[in-house]
Design a protein around this ligand. Structure first.
Ligand SMILES: [Zn+2]
Length: 70
């Protein structure tokens, strides 16, 4: 079993449920994913939501793989 740590992009608007379908980044550990998400959130060239135009927010995710579910 191996865990994965990813950065994903979501719309920051509560009224909108847009989630970017692709992982932004796969990191080696949670600390890296978290600091990358923070770095992207601080970026002046943050993308805007293609659905509503609000700012995109980045979050770190830990994906715990459970192979017996496959
Ligand atoms: Zn949106």
């Amino acid at each position: 079993m191996s865990n994965k740590f990813k950065v994903r992009a979501y719309c920051s608007s509560r009224a909108c449920e847009y989630v970017h379908p692709d992982d932004v980044m796969v990191a080696i550990n949670y600390e890296t994913a978290y600091s990358l998400a923070h770095y992207y959130n601080e970026s002046p060239s943050k993308p805007s939501c293609p659905r509503c135009g609000e700012a995109i927010a980045f979050y770190a995710h830990a994906i715990i793989e459970e192979p017996w579910f496959n």
